[in-house]
Design a protein around this ligand. Structure first.
Ligand code: AMP
Length: 299
């Protein structure tokens, strides 16, 4: 059992039509590891400044997240600011202050190097080589990306797609990478670029999974009041990979269950600002929502 998550641990400033929050804890690595912690004991690799709250580090630890790979450096923590419109699927980045994240060259602790699953969350694709070169032979390598890398590091991104097993993307990213407007065509085109599994997240419309010879879909949890969509994608990846790490299987049925657990964790993430919802979440509530998903799709 071993899942390593390499990603940002951050402060986020969030603006929505129904409220704002200044400098709350966020980051792709934070969301992903918290979501995964309901299934496995994830290992996180990242960097924060000395201004990062000890309370949050203690929370991650209490959830069983292994923090050996999280460096605390002199300087300020990465700070991202985003604004949502009435349609929560529309987001604009207002600010990206990299701070200590700017010189981040992820060092993988010796104890993590034999890990089974590696997740590269929103990382600059030019840094993948350096990170993956430190692992012995992971059974699964998964990655996510953001518009920034599609726009600025397209060639490196396409090269990385050729060597990962799993790729997570939202509908906008899938369209931008492939040039296909139809999502089914975009999903198939992404599989054609390399990954054996592509998970296309469609916000409130759920997720589609593309394999070499199958397509599978899940609905999203019917949530009428999205508070803060930030971290939904990372929480989806955390639930998905955390479940796969625990089951240690990769059969079709494991993948399908993992997709539902990914959707369950994303549905919790959006119910409060930042990581707030995870502070009041236990495994019983996760299972209860998993059952609701089953009910929603049984006919
Ligand atoms: P998501 O909503 O799942 O796509 O991810 C949102 C998280 O990504 C936020 O908590 C941000 O802190 C983080 N983020 C935004 N921009 C970057 C970036 N350039 N590199 C790494 N993480 C980022």
């Amino acid at each position: 059992m071993s899942l390593v998550i390499v990603g940002s641990v951050a402060f986020d400033t969030i603006r929505t039509p129904w409220g704002d929050r200044e400098k709350i804890v966020g980051g792709s690595g934070t969301y992903c590891s918290l979501a995964a912690s309901y299934f496995t004991r994830p290992r996180i690799v990242g960097v924060v400044g000395r201004d990062f709250p000890r309370k949050t580090l203690a929370l991650l630890k209490s959830r069983g997240v292994d923090l050996e790979g999280l460096k605390v450096m002199a300087g300020k923590t990465f700070h991202w600011e985003g604004k949502y419109e009435e349609d929560p699927n529309r987001r604009t980045t207002l600010r990206t202050e990299l701070n200590v994240f700017a010189d981040f060259r992820p060092e993988i602790p010796a104890r993590y190097r034999g890990s089974r699953i590696v997740y590269l969350a929103n990382l600059n694709p030019e840094h993948h080589d350096y990170v993956l070169g430190q692992f012995r032979k992971p059974a699964l390598v998964a990655m996510d990306t953001i518009r920034l890398w599609i726009d600025t590091k397209r060639d490196a991104l396409l090269k990385e797609l050729g060597r990962v097993d799993i790729f997570f993307a939202n509908d906008e990213e899938a369209r931008l990478i492939t040039g296909e407007t139809n999502l089914i065509s975009a999903g198939k085109a992404l599989v054609g670029l390399g990954p054996s599994l592509v998970l296309l997240k469609k916000g409130e419309h759920g997720a589609l999974v593309f394999g070499r010879d199958f397509v599978f879909g899940v609905l999203a949890h019917p949530c009428e009041h999205v508070i803060d969509p930030t971290g939904a994608g990372d929480s989806f990846a955390g639930g998905f990979l955390g479940f796969l790490d625990k089951t240690s299987g990769l059969a079709g049925k494991d993948i399908r269950r993992a997709v539902v657990y990914g959707s369950v964790m994303a549905s919790f993430a959006i119910e409060d600002f930042g990581i707030g919802r995870f502070l009041k979440l236990d495994r019983g509530l996760v299972e209860a929502r998993f059952k609701q998903f089953r009910k929603l799709t049984t006919f």
